[in-house]
Design a protein around this ligand. Structure first.
Ligand SMILES: [Zn+2]
Length: 307
């Protein structure tokens, strides 16, 4: 099984869960695709052959944008996901839709075909991303406990409350479909080669958490990378603020902010045509926008304990 959509497949020698990982939902984020390819290589070349339960499949997100090395063609693929919208696209038919609509229908079809293959004991989805800012790594989850549990198992800070500020992400869709444990993982800056290593570690941790890998030592060196990288970062944070950007805003982020950097309430984070933008509270900044496209200016988060 190989196509532009499918990066690769690894099937176990005994029954188990289905684990799907998507890379390159944003075409300027190839690290996820590379990480999936490397994990598939590790699984295939293990000697003696690995005991593996279930099936792992890697899928490309925005195939055309990945080819063009740009974030998206016409609109952000990770803002379009809803069961109703996918149904409308399917009714229009593949020949009558284009760009991100075509990508969304292709990707959801691939995911649903995999889920329909058999009666899986459980289905997991790990959606791999990178960010335009320098800095740290984190998981994004909905507030469902199984998603938070998978997020914490990746050994990077978990961000909850983000989905209330957004619409149409793959995580919204998976919650709507139900029965799928899903996490998005941000592995670092887009061009940083270490972002591939960290995405690799998250994916291996996900395969352990899902119960596919029975050899607990497999990939321990990748997990060590994650643990050491996350050592001084909060385990769980909650979103307390969001700055949305409109195209006419002339939004400019002040250079140099890192993910999870502490910011003061009067600190200037960005400028737009109305002047300086401050957080209004002492907190931490997440995903400051240093790319030209997209409507997310930055997020503000605070440490939280418990689910
Ligand atoms: Zn992304």
């Amino acid at each position: 099984m190989s196509s532009d959509r499918t990066i690769g497949v690894f099937s176990g020698d005994s029954p188990g869960p289905l684990v799907i990982s998507t890379g390159g939902m944003h075409g300027n984020e190839p690290a996820g695709v590379l990480a999936i390819q490397r994990v598939l290589g590790l699984l295939q070349s293990a000697s003696p052959p690995l005991s593996f339960k279930g099936k792992f499949v890697g899928l490309r997100g925005n195939v055309k944008a990945l080819d063009l090395k740009q974030r998206y063609l016409r609109q952000d693929l990770n803002r379009l996901w809803s069961v109703q919208y996918v149904k409308e696209l399917a009714e229009l038919g593949k020949g009558n839709i284009q760009d991100e609509d075509e990508e969304l229908l292709g990707l959801t079809s691939a995911i649903h075909d995999l889920i329909a293959e058999r009666d899986w004991p459980h289905v997991y989805l790990l959606d791999l991303h990178t960010t335009s800012a320098a800095g740290d790594i984190f998981s994004v989850v909905s507030n469902r406990p199984d998603n938070v549990g998978l997020g914490l198992s990746l050994h990077a800070p978990v961000v909850k409350g983000l989905l209330y500020r957004l619409e149409g992400t793959i995580l919204h869709y998976m919650d709507e479909v139900g029965g799928i444990t899903a996490v998005s993982f941000e592995s670092g800056q887009n061009e940083d080669p270490a972002s591939v290593d960290r995405a690799e570690g998250a994916l291996i941790n996900c395969l352990h958490y899902a119960g596919c890998l029975t050899d607990t030592g497999f990939g321990a060196e990748y997990d060590a990378v994650l643990r050491s990288y996350s050592r001084n970062l909060p385990a769980l944070v909650e979103v307390v603020g969001y700055h949305k950007v409109n195209p006419e805003d002339e939004f400019r982020m002040v250079p140099g902010f890192r993910n999870f950097q502490q910011v003061k309430k009067d600190e200037v984070l960005a400028y737009d045509r109305n002047g300086p933008i401050t957080p209004g509270q002492n907190c931490r900044i997440l995903m400051p926008r240093y790319q030209a496209q997209g409507e997310d200016g930055f997020f503000l988060v605070r440490e939280t304990s418990g689910f």
